[in-house]
Design a protein around this ligand. Sequence first.
Ligand code: HEC
Length: 193
Amino acid sequence: MPKNSIIILAFFAILAGCMQTSNTLSEADKKSYLTLGDSIATYTQLMLLKNLTQAIEERGTTGAVAFCSEKAIPLTQDASETHHVQIRRLTDKNRNPDNKLSNETDKKAWSEISQLMNDKETQKKHWIGKEGDVVYYYKAIPLGMPTCLSCHGKKDGDIAAETLQEISKKYPNDLATGYEMGQLRGVWKVQLK
Ligand code: HEC
């Protein structure tokens, strides 16, 4: 084979290698990442919910605002360490500014999951994104229980005046009210690899 052809072949071999690390995943990989991400997000959601329910029982709704403010991120961090991945909770209308959708992948995930929320056929509202070598799993956090309304519902009706006062004190730029049951409140973001 002439030397030039070998060089051209080598070039395409390298290019093909690079393309494998591009932003597409094989169907099999996607399926296994979806399963893994789902189990981590479900674990974290249940753990937070258990702690929130306990805080409301012990301190009432207004008292539980402080619990969410002090513990939601550290508890999510604990779940990250348990699973050796990075887990975050993000949203378009944030209460805590640290939970804001921040990059293009987050925004793409939000728009994909928002569409899935209207899709009655699809049970799991989740999405996988890839940036270079890094795989991200996102899963919907719907406003799934009436309890959520007592801190994220309508200001004139769902949220008690003293709870609202406590929220405003801790989060002067709060955007996370006015929700109705079933709406998309946030997403779990799990950095898998
Ligand atoms: C006792 C009040 C309270 C209740 C009840 C409550 N939340 Fe929240 N929620 C908060 C507070 C406070 C934060 C900000 C936490 C932080 O600083 O990280 C928050 C943050 C969040 C976030 C992260 C995004 C953001 O806006 O910062 C999501 C998602 C969320 N809540 C969903 C829910 C869902 C779903 C329910 C019902 C299961 C619920 N919350 C019930 C007080 C509450």
